[in-house]
Design a protein around this ligand. Structure first.
Ligand code: HEM
Ligand SMILES: *[C@@H]1O[C@H](CO)[C@@H](O)[C@H](O)[C@H]1NC(C)=O
Ligand SMILES: *[C@@H]1O[C@H](CO)[C@@H](O)[C@H](O)[C@H]1NC(C)=O
Ligand SMILES: *[C@@H]1O[C@H](CO)[C@@H](O)[C@H](O)[C@H]1NC(C)=O
Ligand SMILES: *[C@@H]1O[C@H](CO)[C@@H](O)[C@H](O)[C@H]1NC(C)=O
Ligand SMILES: *[C@@H]1O[C@H](CO)[C@@H](O)[C@H](O)[C@H]1NC(C)=O
Ligand SMILES: CC(=O)N[C@H]1CO[C@H](CO)[C@@H](O)[C@@H]1O
Length: 325
């Protein structure tokens, strides 16, 4: 028996060692050190999202951009110092919701100072805001720690642009451990929210530099956009719904637009240029909303675990916009 006990102790030690070096996110990570954290965040979102339901779109997009650069570590929230931060990269120019995260952080800090990371707040607030506006639910394991580096070049290089082709999209997603199914599912978030004309006006006015239109964009739709929305190539203020008529509803509308060649961005249209993603788009469009929600949940949970910092890595920031001094 003595020998067996030693053996058991050894096994326990090895398991503990592996667990500590490969710390994982876990559901209810704050249960002991800040039991009310998740409830406070959910309540705050619930209470305020009605004033600005479009914030749900901004927050899920923020979660995506955060996770694509150095993992989901809230590096996106850092202000520039002597170095230019991620926030200032072109894809971030249209992000919204920074104040909202800061406000949640300050409420959580009152309850338990220095315990809950900004990275977890983004992940939870994104999920909660989508749920409270009638979209899918997904689980958010917590325990992310905040990064201390934010680099504009890395954001520019890692985050797909609306002008990306299929090859670029595949590479950038694969760099994050995400596959083609994740690409199609996560792009489905374009069923909510808005875009500036500048993200696609080249397709309407000057696609190849000859004053031409993108032939892969439905010409009737392009005509409407030019007369009613983006009246010239330099319009940088008009906002356009990506899923017209249902930009507040997390439905299958985006896939419907894409197959009608009415996806706003080249990156949306690119999903039809590969046989795998094209058939996935059709598959989700023809499937049920429940099926889309269940599959979307899996992909966004995967996104939310991208290269996370846990254990003693990084820090728990006091203010989301600055690293602790
Ligand atoms: C596949 C690569 C992607 C590209 C190239 C892309 C690009 C863009 C662009 C250009 C905009 C409009 C920005 C503007 O002009 O205001 C936008 C908006 C948005 N994106 Fe994406 N996106 C991608 C994937 C995703 C993913 C993975 C998500 C989330 C899971 C997402 C969620 C959103 C949402 C919700 C909006 C609307 C934001 C708002 O209303 O403020 N996108 N995206
Ligand atoms: C930011 O990232 C780029 C690309 O990886 C790198 O060349 C550059 O040195 C980094 N800048 C800083 C200030 O670390
Ligand atoms: C896709 O875009 C990249 C980057 O702009 C470019 O290098 C590549 O040639 C393009 N690929 C195709 C198939 O058009
Ligand atoms: C279209 O693009 C070409 C080449 O970049 C440029 O010379 C021309 O001025 C552009 N036209 C407009 C209307 O912006
Ligand atoms: C938008 O366009 C106007 C006029 O061309 C310009 O003055 C302004 O700086 C632009 N704003 C942004 C945010 O690029
Ligand atoms: C970060 O930058 C924003 C916008 O420039 C500013 O309002 C905010 O006060 C800054 N936050 C901190 C903590 O410096
Ligand atoms: C939301 C945000 O921080 N936007 C910034 C993006 O970068 C531009 C240009 O550097 C800043 O002016 C914006 O404030």
């Amino acid at each position: 028996m003595g020998g067996l006990s030693y053996f058991k102790v050894l096994i326990v030690c090895i398991v503990a060692l592996i667990a500590s070096t490969h710390a994982q996110l876990q559901l209810g990570f704050y249960a002991e050190r800040c039991p009310k954290a998740e409830e406070i965040i959910a309540d705050f979102v619930h209470e305020h999202i009605h004033n600005a339901p479009s914030l749900a779109a901004a927050l899920i997009r923020m979660h995506f951009h955060d996770c694509f650069v150095r993992g989901c570590d809230a590096s996106l929230l850092l202000n520039s110092t002597t170095n230019q931060a991620e926030k200032n990269a072109p894809p971030n120019l249209t992000l919204r919701g920074f104040d909202f995260i800061d406000r949640i952080k300050s409420v959580v800090e009152v309850e338990c100072p220095g315990v809950v990371s900004c990275a977890d707040i983004i992940a939870l607030a994104a999920r909660d805001s989508i749920v409270y506006t009638g979209g899918p639910f997904w689980k958010v394991p917590t325990g992310r720690r905040d990064g201390v580096i934010s680099n504009i070049t890395e954001a520019t290089n890692s985050i797909p642009s609306p002008f990306s082709n299929f090859t670029t999209l595949r590479t950038l997603f694969s760099n994050q451990g995400l596959d083609l199914k994740d690409l199609v599912l996560l792009s489905g978030a374009h069923t909510i929210g808005i875009s500036h004309c500048t993200s696609f006006s080249n397709r309407l006015y000057n696609f190849t530099g000859k004053g031409d239109q993108d032939p892969s964009l439905d010409s009737e739709y392009a005509k409407n956009l030019k007369t009613l929305k983006c009246k010239n190539i330099n319009d940088n203020s008009t906002l356009v719904e990506m899923d017209p008529g249902s930009r507040k509803t997390f439905d299958l509308g985006y896939y419907g637009e894409v197959v009608k060649r009415r996806g706003l961005f080249q990156s949306d249209a690119a999903l039809l240029t590969n046989s795998v993603t094209k058939s996935l788009v059709h598959q989700f469009l023809q499937g049920s909303l429940d099926n889309f929600y269940a599959e979307f949940a899996k992909s966004i949970q995967k996104l939310g675990q991208t290269k996370v910092k846990t254990g003693t890595q990084g820090e728990i920031r006091n203010h989301c916009a600055v690293i602790n001094s």
